[in-house]
Design a protein around this ligand. Structure first.
Ligand SMILES: [Zn+2]
Length: 388
């Protein structure tokens, strides 16, 4: 019994199989090639496995502008961030009148991963895109930076995928949307809350997940493992933290970890919607949206990523955001709490800034156990030592 339908009703799968593979591989050999950046390769993977259903390829100009202007595809479905494939002027010229192109990774020996049937090549409106997606054109913003580095033109069309981009890590955690859906069904979960993260999980986020788990059947911790900022904790270290947490503190039959192969945009509210749409494809019925979801610096208001859900009609997104405050251990409540549940003052609460926590870990010191599980702290301390 499916937990929730994908946006548009059908879970897309762009991978070709059977005898079609050899034919497509043969065709790809004779096509012009385009090396895809790591960020766009993450999108290719998401598209291939249906995490971006109903999209069947990189978006064209009508959808691009419709998404930027209205947060909807031109056919009316909710969509908050364009999914495009960049090419510079030279590249566009090289493609000339070709009606298909073979997409490869960045290595010079890279084999074609997919064939894109070119529908159009259009000019990116960088300023409009930066404002609409990131709310700023400031090139100190990591998302704007990535946009500045992307080509001026976008190649749009449907994809036929030969192979997913190769990975050598987290192989047992790389479940596709149809696989997470099957796993939810096997476990008998009708309602599933997704938790997006690009950070180690401390007590505060563990608490939010467990509050959510009190009201739904299952929890999917879904760490993003595509490109992030250089100063974010690397995914392999984070994964060891999640494993330690799961081993010690999570009920195995009600919680699972799988990875989300997307690149981080740092688009705050727009990315919260995008994350929700993607997680709906993975079968989640609920998504935890905390303060400053997918934010960076002080580009977004604390609650903007929660408020943006109000801009859709009730039921339009289908997935339900669970809006949370920041949480903490309170010495007088003698438990985890948030401003919604704890009447006490700051002095009674154990709260540490990110900077303070990093400083403690770097010095080999565990943050208080009310802030971070010791098993998690030890992994982070070890990683900091290795990196020093
Ligand atoms: Zn309290």
């Amino acid at each position: 019994m499916p937990t929730i339908d994908p946006p548009g009703g059908t879970l897309v799968d762009l991978r070709v199989d059977g005898s079609a593979v050899d034919a497509l591989r043969g065709e790809a050999r004779h096509l012009p090639k385009l090396a895809v950046s790591d960020r766009e390769l993450s999108d290719l993977e998401l598209l291939a496995v249906g995490a971006l259903s109903p999209l069947t390829g990189f978006q064209g100009e009508a959808d691009y502008h419709s998404v930027l202007e209205t947060m909807h595809l031109s056919d009316g479905l909710a969509w908050s961030i364009p999914v495009t494939l960049s090419v510079d002027e030279d590249g566009a010229h090289r493609l000339g009148g070709a009606d298909a192109v073979a997409l490869t990774g960045s290595g010079s020996e890279a084999e074609p991963l997919a064939v894109l049937r070119i529908a159009e090549i259009f000019k990116r409106d960088r300023a409009k895109e930066a404002q609409a997606v990131f709310g700023t054109e400031d090139d100190a913003h990591p998302g704007v930076q990535a946009l500045q580095q992307a080509g001026d033109r976008c190649v749009a069309g449907t994809l036929e995928v030969l192979d997913l981009p190769p990975h050598d890590d987290f192989l047992e955690y790389r479940l596709t949307p149809s696989q997470t859906r099957a796993e939810f069904e096997r476990r008998g979960w009708r309602t599933v809350v997704g938790f997006q993260t690009r950070n180690p999980i401390h007590r505060a986020h563990e608490y939010l997940q467990k509050c959510a788990l009190e009201i739904v059947d299952g929890l999917l911790v879904h760490p993003l493992v595509g490109a992030t900022k250089a100063d974010d904790v690397p995914p392999d270290v984070r994964m060891r933290c999640y494993e330690a947490l799961f081993a010690g503190y999570y009920p195995k039959d009600r919680a699972m970890v799988s990875v989300f192969p997307a690149a981080m945009r740092y688009a705050g509210p727009k990315e919260a919607i995008w994350h929700a749409i993607c997680r709906k494809n993975y079968g989640c019925t609920h998504l935890i949206v905390g303060r400053d979801h997918a934010g960076v610096g002080d580009y977004y208001g604390t609650y903007e990523a929660q408020e943006i859900f109000e801009r859709f009609e009730p039921g339009e997104l289908g997935i339900t955001p669970l809006r949370f405050e920041h949480s903490f251990w309170c010495n007088r409540c003698e438990g985890m709490a948030s401003p919604k549940t704890c009447p006490h003052s700051e002095e009674d609460r154990v709260s540490l800034s990110g900077t303070k926590v990093r400083e403690m870990l770097r010095e080999g010191e565990r943050p208080p156990r009310e802030f971070s599980r010791p098993e998690v702290a030890d992994i982070l301390i070890e990683a900091m030592r290795g990196g020093a």
